[in-house]
Design a protein around this ligand. Structure first.
Ligand SMILES: Cc1ncc(COP(=O)(O)O)c(C=O)c1O
Length: 282
């Protein structure tokens, strides 16, 4: 079905509670305008077999980005010799629509389109890329490769818990047996475990598995607090950019990559494998 969509993203930035942070509200239920230049394809969504028993499965989505982002070896500085780090480049999901946010926006904006919404309102943390990505995706609507190698551990950054919940639950359901580690840039490990447990309850897996069984949440990445950088963090981001040509940001991936290097050197018992995949979330 082709549908026309004119949408505005109204952005309210500020420190608000995590429950609301990533809730995308589609509002003002007017009929969509049909103009040639604003045509966009609404696709029906069928989940993969391993996800078919979940509750609350979206029925539709829109295509916003290239999901098969590259994975390549990453010579992160100060890593023990017996560890190989790879990086999954979700910073390359698109030239403007980059990062982890587009993966969920495909479903949220699909639902907004399907229900005839004309505007979306999203609430996010001050430093979140979600804000920018939603605005760009909304504007866009109004107008790889795979590596098959096995990894031992996957590392990601946790800010609100959405990405962590998605990767951990996907890993569990597909039986991939990766160890999933999330480095928190705010709040506590227990806060995020309870968020993931709520997600498990809401999709009907609450009696099957609990958050502690499917993800390790590390607290070593927060530093001085959400969005506040230490000089050594900025220095690390600069070194990584100079040595590896990978640009990390100072709120999320810079902090988690630095915490990963510290973890590997100081507390090796937590990350046991030697083939590690770091998710560059944009
Ligand atoms: C670059 C980047 N990485 C990681 C995260 C954290 O993802 P989540 O909010 O799903 O925990 C964000 C969130 O804004 C982000 O912008």
């Amino acid at each position: 079905m082709m549908i026309a969509f004119k949408v505005k993203a109204l952005i309210c930035q500020g420190k608000i509670n995590h429950f609301k942070r990533h809730l995308l509200l589609a509002t003002t239920n007017h009929r969509c305008r049909h103009t040639k230049s604003n045509s966009y394809k609404l696709l029906s969504y069928r989940p993969p077999d391993w996800a078919s028993q979940l509750q609350m499965i979206p029925l539709v989505k829109v295509k916003l980005f290239q999901p098969f982002t590259p994975i390549h070896k990453w010579s992160l500085p100060n890593i023990p010799d017996d560890v190989d780090i790879y990086i999954k480049r979700d910073d390359m999901t698109g030239s403007v629509l980059s990062g982890n946010k587009v993966r969920k926006l495909e479903f949220l904006l699909g639902e907004a389109l399907a229900t005839g919404c004309q505007a979306v309102i999203t609430c996010v943390g001050v430093q979140s890329n979600h804000c920018r990505t939603t605005a760009v995706a909304a504007k866009q609507l109004s107008q790889v490769q795979g590596v098959t190698d096995r990894f031992d551990d996957v590392i990601l950054t946790v800010g609100s818990g959405g990405t962590a919940a998605g990767v951990a639950i996907g890993n569990f359901l597909t039986g991939s047996h990766l160890r999933v580690h999330a480095f928190a840039v705010c709040d506590t490990a227990e806060y995020f475990h309870s968020h993931i447990n709520e997600t498990l309850n809401s999709i009907g897996l609450g009696d099957t598995v609990r958050s502690h069984d499917i993800i390790n949440i590390h607290e070593g990445a927060r530093g001085l607090g959400y969005g506040i950088s230490k000089p050594e963090e900025l220095e690390f981001i600069k070194t990584v950019a100079q040595q590896t040509s990978i640009l990390l940001d100072h709120t999320y991936t810079g902090k988690s990559a630095l915490a990963l290097t510290n973890e590997l050197r100081k507390h090796r018992s937590k990350i046991k494998g030697s083939r590690i995949l770091f998710l560059h979330s944009g």
